[in-house]
Design a protein around this ligand. Structure first.
Ligand code: TPP
Ligand code: SF4
Length: 487
């Protein structure tokens, strides 16, 4: 074969080399004649021409375009099947200045992701959605899609789609245009040059609208899939013209004037809601001392033992002390007696993940939780167990362990219910740096019943006292050392 030179010019929004394949790094993985490449080009050129590359986040779907992140030299997030609009929502809301592109195929958007797209559109998320409709599941080998035409064969409708059995093709552009919030919805096609130019204009408009602060826009693009349709690229373009256009008419379905959207609900920050003053506003620096360690606490027991509440109180105490906090609850379907646990992070820095694999402290409210979670506590960690002594034959834990007969102490005070507060008292005494006054003020805000509030206070004091009495015997030094600097 003769030597050849690849001559190409492409948008600067594409990577110079595509790392997807070790060889042929100038090529995408798409089949010859596929529409995905064309749509990629239209989007990339629009972003480049508008100078938005540095602000753009591309959300790729599952489907043939799953690897779009190999091509777009922008921010990239690859979403689970159908979830791209939800991911795009989060990205846009967290980074309002960004330009978020939601790119989806018809299987991805109109089958598994129907809920996500409808609700993102209905909320008027300020994102630009590009919906590549090739009337089939391409990546997985040609199963019927919601957009498959009546009579069209697929591996799952070898007899041709029959409305009586498989229903009618779903018209996404029309469907989205029935909602109030979308500002722009158009259907375009890639069957000939003229329509490609119209698609180009539509893609630009959807991105421009987002740049200018408008709401949800979606461009549906009828796109060839020569491989699965078993056609040449030319035949597949003809097929769009002859078969698809009649069922999926090209039209602008919604084009709202750009209006300033005023939020009807006044926005209140979490701090305002919880009546927590902003440190910066008060001209103070963070109260959390430099060198502050993360305190990761897992609390586990039965539903009804106040496991989740204990975690909430701890997290709110952390907030009042100026820490970054997270509280991650997990519980079974039963309201009572099912398992319940929560993870609480108290940190000086923003919490990366609320999930704790190896806690500094495990508060095990029952034996099952002790058996289940003790192994997660590392050598430096501490277990606080609600019991007078460890269960027989309980293997020696890696970390320190302190038994607090919290249920009995709570019983003596008048209610087993406050065993969780006895354990909280125990933790406060050991940590030494989370003041009990903070716990009391959190409880005062949470507990309306004066009698119960007093009982909670007594339980915290009793837990602290119990641990103080044990100090000489079984002090988990590491916890003490680690948390004394925790101001
Ligand atoms: C949760 C989940 N379900 C199913 C799949 C299998 N799957 C991968 S791609 C795909 C369909 C893709 O079709 P489409 O969105 O039309 O994109 P195309 O490949 O045609 O561009 C399916 C069902 C998956 N990856 N994940
Ligand atoms: S299977 Fe179809 S959609 Fe997928 S890359 Fe090939 S032509 Fe494109």
């Amino acid at each position: 074969m003769d030597e050849y030179t690849v001559i190409e010019s492409k948008s600067p929004v594409f990577y110079r080399k595509y790392e997807r394949k070790s060889e042929l790094q100038h090529q995408t993985h798409y089949c010859p004649g596929c529409g995905h490449g064309v749509v990629h080009k239209l989007i990339a050129e629009a972003i480049a021409d508008m100078g938005l590359q540095d602000r753009t986040i591309f959300v790729s779907p599952v489907g043939c375009s799953v690897f779009a992140y190999y091509y777009f030299d922008t921010g990239n997030v690859q979403a689970a099947h159908g979830r791209a609009p939800a991911v795009a929502t989060a990205l846009k809301r967290a980074n309002p200045q960004s330009i978020v592109i939601d790119y989806q195929g018809d299987g991805d958007m109109a089958a598994i992701g129907t809920a996500e797209i409808i609700h993102a559109a209905n909320r008027g998320e300020k994102i630009s959605v590009f919906f590549v409709n090739n009337a089939i599941y391409g990546m997985t080998g040609g199963q019927m899609a919601p957009t498959t035409l009546v009579g069209q064969t697929s591996t799952t409708s070898p007899w041709g789609r029959r409305p009586t059995n498989e229903g009618y093709p779903l018209h996404m552009a029309e469907l989205l245009a029935t909602l109030e919030a979308p500002v722009y919805v158009e259907r375009a096609a890639l069957n000939d040059t003229k329509n490609v130019m119209k698609a180009r204009k539509a893609v630009r408009k959807a991105i421009e609208l987002q740049r200018d602060g408008a709401g949800f826009s979606c461009v549906e693009i009828l796109s060839p899939c020569p491989t699965i349709w078993k056609m040449t690229p030319q035949e597949s373009r003809k097929w769009i013209e002859e078969k698809m256009l009649a069922i999926f008419p090209l039209r602008v379905y919604r084009d709202r004037k750009l209006e300033p959207i005023s939020d009807r609900v006044p926005q209140t920050s979490v701090k305002q809601l919880l009546k927590l003053e902003d440190e910066a506003e008060r001209g103070q620096t963070s109260r959390v001392r430099a060198g502050f360690p993360e305190l990761l606490v897992n609390i586990a027991g039965f539903g009804g033992q106040g496991v989740l509440l204990l975690g909430q109180i701890l997290a709110e105490m952390g907030m009042r002390e100026g820490c970054e906090v997270s509280w991650l609850p997990s519980y079974g379907p039963e309201m009572r007696s099912g398992s319940a646990h929560c993870h609480v992070c108290l940190s000086k820095n923003r919490v990366g993940s609320p999930l704790i694999e190896h806690p500094d402290v495990l508060i095990a409210m029952n034996e099952i939780s002790l058996h289940k979670f003790a192994k997660q506590v590392g050598t430096g960690g501490t277990i606080l167990y609600n019991g007078e002594k460890l269960p027989d034959q309980f293997p020696a834990p890696q970390g320190h362990i302190l038994c607090i007969p919290a249920a009995e102490i709570a019983d003596k005070l008048g209610s087993t219910k406050v065993a969780n507060m006895v354990m909280l008292g125990g933790l406060l005494e050991l940590a030494g740096t989370l003041p009990k006054e903070t716990a009391f003020s959190v409880l005062t805000a949470k507990v309306r019943n004066a009698k119960l509030l007093e009982l909670d206070r007594q339980a915290i004091e009793a837990g602290m006292e119990y641990v103080r009495d044990q100090m000489d015997a079984a002090i988990p030094k590491t916890l003490l050392e680690q948390t004394r600097s925790f101001a």
